[in-house]
Ligand binder design. Structure first.
Ligand code: GAL
Length: 813
């Protein structure tokens, strides 16, 4: 089913639900997006009702307080060279209606970086520690019904440590939920499918009912299962007394005959509508989506989904959204996943922290498996400080992480952390802490395997894997020792490759070693470079071909991200004789660059992961003025097994992939290492099993002549958060991409919209992300146009001195 068809199915479903419930709305969910006031700093009395915030900036939530700021050129590239380390305040007037007087009002925060303290009318209503986690606070007892209500949130990242750009502030959505005193707890419904047969699935539904009324209540709870076409499948109810001030877990088991399975090929979702009645009057109602699927790790045959082996073709994704920073945007994330899927990805690892809940919705809908990870290290990187009680921290954070996410069929494994040195080596009660984390996951969801991600190969000798279900190891076939010691557990390469490259940049000669990096501060895009601990993509393909017990891989990384600019971090550039100012601000690891433009590697993965689609990709570009007569290596990435290369019509010979080679690149790439350069064109004719599949040509481009805009979407919703990503390219008179163009571009918009960000994939660019100018980087750049709340026709125009401009039309509906 297409996404459109899904939307339609769900609209039908909701229409049906509204028919099932005749009563007026009993639960209100309000997204607190607009009209927030913000200031960086810590003014006195900022939580008080009478405080004057008129001078503060008006912002929308989600908000990242550092992403629009100027870069700190000599700052720390590892965390993005942006001023995220700060404290700040957010204030908002809450619209508390008189009708809320006998209701419960709950705020749900999806993520605040970091150490949020939430005040209502000057009183501390609640706080949280871990900046990546969701949490909720019942604010009912702090509200006024006769005067205004001020929500104030303080966030402070000073004690937060990070190995990448973490952003700052209220960077994910905030919702206000208004319910009756007797209601289903937040994330209170848990759906499992303990028995799945071809003709029948048992669906076990339990809901925690909270009675916050003044008297004991006889509560009837009813569950209705509805399929994706909106048809009711089964319903049942159960009645129990819930004492005043207490909660009770009420469980029923329903049945789905001939269940349609959730699968990466066809992600079918069902829904449960839960109605809570008191004296036959509806008191609460909520909808929970779920899927029916079988997951199994085998000892020797990897991972099985619905009874068949599925090789995990995964990518790691950090939480930042490039030029948008950490400020969450669902369309931006959906686009990331679409780009990854177009390359053949079937799985994602949310390295290394609790994800935005929308990631789980998207994975469910798009048919992507999720390696759901909670933490990186057990220290200040997850906001554990000297005063933290580990046991309490583990319990409340794992509880929110698991209960929020456990109904999503996409989640196929839980990870309690990434590369935790002392835990792997059982230092400082490492195994005890591991055991604590794993037990809490198991307490809240015993239906899925749990893992820990490791990097210290020798630590396997201590057998930390006895505490969890699947071996997860990063890089270099480090899984071998653990697998030898415990061959009954399957293996996931939780981080593979860490190959590094810059889109559009090529250096000769080819590197002798993977760690050959030059002072160019860019990494050659022949995909032969990786840091010392890592490898090139082809090695992981080869290992998985040779070792079928490996369930699959998660490439480090799908997208470039802010921070961790290996091999040009501050430490590394200094070793090369340069200074802090030279260090980059974003990664080189991505298969696509920071704005989502594919690097050459995208086509290498696609050629192997998506063999059913034709790929014939040639690198490098063919604009090498001054190198006429020199030799230039030419690579072809194709799903075919051979290709013939031509320069200006002259054959350079045919190359064949060598499936048995121990030199991994020979298995997966076609390479002509000494092609004599002449301007004109280089052409590859690719064959699969002797049959020609496609021809591709790269031409020497003339001078940049005009700009070309290509929007990924031309119709946006007038909801203040929809986006269009518009690619800007410089082309010559014939329309060929100019691969070296670095012109400055001005962008203007006519109509009611805004520029949400600009970027060009250059890890060395220190131009701000929020701007109406952007420089092309190897011929390309991106402008992200955001909708406002009004309908409008838009004209987006790009101009540059000496080039023909281009404008395109967009519509906000
Ligand atoms: C891993 C780590 C990742 C990232 C990667 C870079 O060891 O888990 O977070 O740092 O290295 O290669």
């Amino acid at each position: 089913m297409t996404i459109k068809a899904y939307k339609l199915a769900f609209l039908l479903l909701f229409a049906l639900f509204s028919n099932l419930t005749s009563n007026a709305q009993v639960r209100e969910t309000i997204n607190l997006q607009n009209d927030w006031k913000f200031i960086k700093g810590n003014p006195e009395n900022a939580s008080q009702i009478t405080f004057d915030d008129t001078q503060w900036k008006t912002v929308k939530i989600p908000h990242d307080w550092a992403i629009g700021e100027p870069f700190i050129k000599d700052g720390d590239g590892n965390t993005g060279k942006l001023p995220w380390k700060a404290e700040g305040w957010y204030r908002k007037i809450l619209d508390i209606k008189p009708s809320y007087k006998n209701k419960r009002v709950i705020l749900v925060f999806d993520g605040v970086m970091a150490f949020p303290k939430v005040y209502i009318n000057g009183n501390l209503a609640g706080e949280w520690d871990y900046g990546y986690n969701s949490f909720y606070i019942d604010i009912t007892n702090f509200l006024n019904f006769d005067k205004k209500n001020i929500l104030a949130v303080h966030a402070d990242t000073h004690q937060h440590d990070s190995r990448w750009y973490p952003g700052g502030g209220i960077y994910r959505k905030v919702q206000m939920i208004v319910t009756n005193p007797v209601h289903v707890n937040i994330w209170g419904t848990y759906i499992t499918t303990p028995i799945i047969k071809e003709n029948l699935a048992d669906v076990r539904i339990s809901s925690i009912i909270l009675n916050q009324s003044k008297s004991d209540q006889e509560v009837k709870i009813e569950h209705i299962i509805v399929n994706s076409n909106g048809n009711e499948i089964d319903r049942d109810s159960i009645s129990r007394t819930v004492l005043s001030g207490k909660d009770k877990n009420l469980e029923v088991t329903l049945q789905v005959p001939n269940p349609e399975m959730w699968d990466i090929k066809n992600p079918v979702l069902y829904s449960v509508k839960t109605n809570v009645f008191i004296d036959n009057k509806l008191s609460d109602s909520e909808i929970t989506k779920f899927g029916i699927r079988n997951i199994k790790f085998t000892a020797d045959d990897g991972f099985h989904l619905n009874g068949r082996r599925v090789q995990l073709k995964g990518v790691n994704l950090h939480s930042d959204l490039g030029p948008l920073g950490m400020a969450f945007n669902k369309r931006a994330l959906q686009r990331e996943l679409e780009i990854m899927k177009s390359m053949g990805v079937n799985a994602v690892r949310n390295s290394h922290n609790v994800a935005a809940p929308e990631l789980l919705d998207l994975c469910d809908e798009m048919g992507l498996l999720l390696f759901d990870e909670a933490f990186d290290k057990y220290d200040a990187k997850i906001d554990i400080t000297d005063d933290t009680n580990f046991e309490d921290f583990a319990h409340r954070n794992i509880k929110n992480f698991v209960v929020r996410d456990r109904n999503h069929p996409c989640v196929f494994i839980w990870s309690v952390g990434n590369e935790i040195g002392d835990v792997q080596n059982n230092i400082n009660n490492g195994f005890q802490r591991l055991h604590t984390m794993v037990n809490y996951v198991d307490k809240y969801d015993p239906t899925r395997p749990v893992t820990l991600v490791n990097d210290n190969m020798q630590s396997a000798a201590l057998r930390h894997f006895d505490y969890y279900d699947v071996h997860s190891w990063n890089y270099g076939r480090r899984y071998r020792l653990a697998r030898e010691l415990e061959p009954n557990k399957s293996v996931i390469i939780s981080e593979s490759a860490s190959t590094v490259s810059t889109r559009g940049f090529y250096e000769f000669p080819l590197p002798d070693k993977k760690t050959d990096f030059t002072k160019s501060l860019q990494v050659s895009s022949y995909d032969l470079n990786a840091p010392a601990w890592a490898e090139i993509s082809d090695d992981d393909f080869m290992w998985q071909q040779d070792e079928p017990y490996v369930a699959g891989e998660f490439v480090w990384t799908g997208f470039d991200y802010l921070g961790e600019p290996t091999p040009y971090s501050n430490q590394e550039v200094k070793k090369m004789g340069m200074t802090d100012k030279d260090a980059s601000r974003s990664s080189y690891f991505g298969i696509v660059d920071l704005v989502g433009i594919p690097k050459d590697r995208y086509y290498l993965y696609k050629s192997y992961w998506k063999p059913e689609e034709t790929t014939v990709h040639i690198l490098p570009h063919w604009n090498w003025e001054g190198k006429e007569g020199d030799t230039i290596p030419v690579f072809v990435y194709t799903n075919g097994n051979s290709a013939e290369l031509f320069v200006n019509g002259k054959s350079q010979g045919k190359q064949y992939k060598k499936p048995d080679s121990k030199n991994s690149v020979e298995r997966f790439r076609l390479m002509w290492k000494d092609v004599v350069y002449q301007p004109g064109e280089v052409k590859a004719v690719a064959y699969k099993n002797g049959v020609e599949i496609e021809t591709n040509v790269v031409k020497t481009a003339g001078k940049p002549y005009q700009l070309k805009l290509t929007a990924d979407r031309t119709e946006l919703d007038a909801n203040g958060k929809d986006l269009s990503y518009i690619l800007i390219e410089a082309v010559d008179k014939q329309g060929n991409l100019c691969p070296l163009a670095d012109n400055n571009i001005n962008i203007s918009i006519k109509g009611d919209a805004h520029i949400a960000g600009v970027g060009n994939g250059n890890p060395q660019s220190f131009a701000p992300f929020q701007s109406n100018t952007i420089k092309l980087f190897y011929g390309k750049a991106m402008v992200i146009v955001g909708s406002n709340n009004n309908q409008s026709d838009l004209l987006v125009k790009a101009t540059s001195k000496g080039l023909k401009s281009h404008a395109i039309k967009l519509e906000i509906k």
